[in-house]
Design a protein around this ligand. Sequence first.
Ligand code: LRH
Ligand code: MN
Ligand code: MN
Length: 424
Amino acid sequence: MIDTNAIEAANEAAMKDLRADYDALGEHLDRRGISIDAIKAKVAGYGVAVPSWGVGTGGTRFARFPGAGEPRHIFDKLDDCGVIHRLTGATPSVSLHIPWDNAAPGDLLAKGEEVGLTFDAMNSNTFQDQNDQAKSYKFGSLSHTDAATRAQAVDHNLACIELGQKIGSKALTIWVGDGSNFPGQSNFTRQFERYLDSARSIYSGLPDDWRLFTEHKMYEPAFYSTIVQDWGTNYLIAKELGDRAFCLVDLGHHAPNVNIEMIVARLIQFGKLGGFHFNDSKYGDDDLDTGSIDPYRLFLVFNELVDATDVAGFDPAHMLDQSHNVTDPIESLMSSAMEVQRAYAQALLVDRVALVGYQDSNDALMASATLKRAFRTDVEPILAMARLDKGAAIDPVVAYRQSGYRAKVATLRPAVTGSGGGIV
Ligand code: LRH
Ligand code: MN
Ligand code: MN
């Protein structure tokens, strides 16, 4: 789909400048006692999963604006995800959403192999009704007042695990839209009890080598109360369920100005950080490109992650979760993957010995400056060199545009007519 010669030609044109920039940054970091090659090796080893639903042109709640060459099904989506990884070398796996991505496991595995991708966490969907479904989720799923509806939602999650096991996934992510729109509509306690009961049934079907991630979100689609509204409730769930249950932090799922990096630190401290859905937002669950609004916050999250590197058993799952409608999703997902890598590289540059010293001596100004120094360092040559070493693109967006991929797939994939809102 992407011609290797085209990547090489684009890299050839940019290589001389990159080498000069890399050497200059290497000298600068040397003076700070940092080996640029060591940082590059860590960045090269880092990967973030791409959400299958991110490669379709997204919509808002108000409208969809279809783009050219939109993927028709999971196999087209895997082609697009393969392009993202081919050009960035940073996204070795895909996170599937079921039933959107339902297909025969053998076919999924074969396609994954063809495009060089493995399968990350499985995402269940009980926040929408499907055509063939007996019970409606209009008034909830795992917490529904009706036992048969809850059972249907539990069964769906177990089916996601079953499919995931056949394709090498090792985690299930549950996000539900259950909640209420009116005070008095639901009894908070009884509703949460029902949720916990259902979640326990799912957990009991979790294979020993799997993890269960529950994802909190403050509001939407429920606008008065959401059952898993914040990290506190999420922590309670993980605690109630057991050792293989963890909290997933989607960066867009908090109130504005919430200190997300501190939530991350708390979850790490108590062994319950499961992973991330990276994206960015200004107001709510905006699902904008990662690092596009507040790159410093992303850096501060990574600062906590790097700080916790030595914590025993610490292995959070990293995924993107974004979908909007003003860019080519492949370009946006590539940019986001690179922003996540950038935040990681910058966080690796923090002088942690100095930082601890400033913290212990209450030197607030120098503690802050220590973080800022790392954040201000332009690590682009490190990221680009890591890509070049892997045979990926020095500048993935440039190489992608030169490849003409979107125009090519537009001839194969009929245009989709757009109407209605929706998150995908
Ligand atoms: C909910 C959410 C969750 C879903 C995805 C489509 O807002 O972040 O992760 O699975 O969007
Ligand atoms: Mn999410
Ligand atoms: Mn979301």
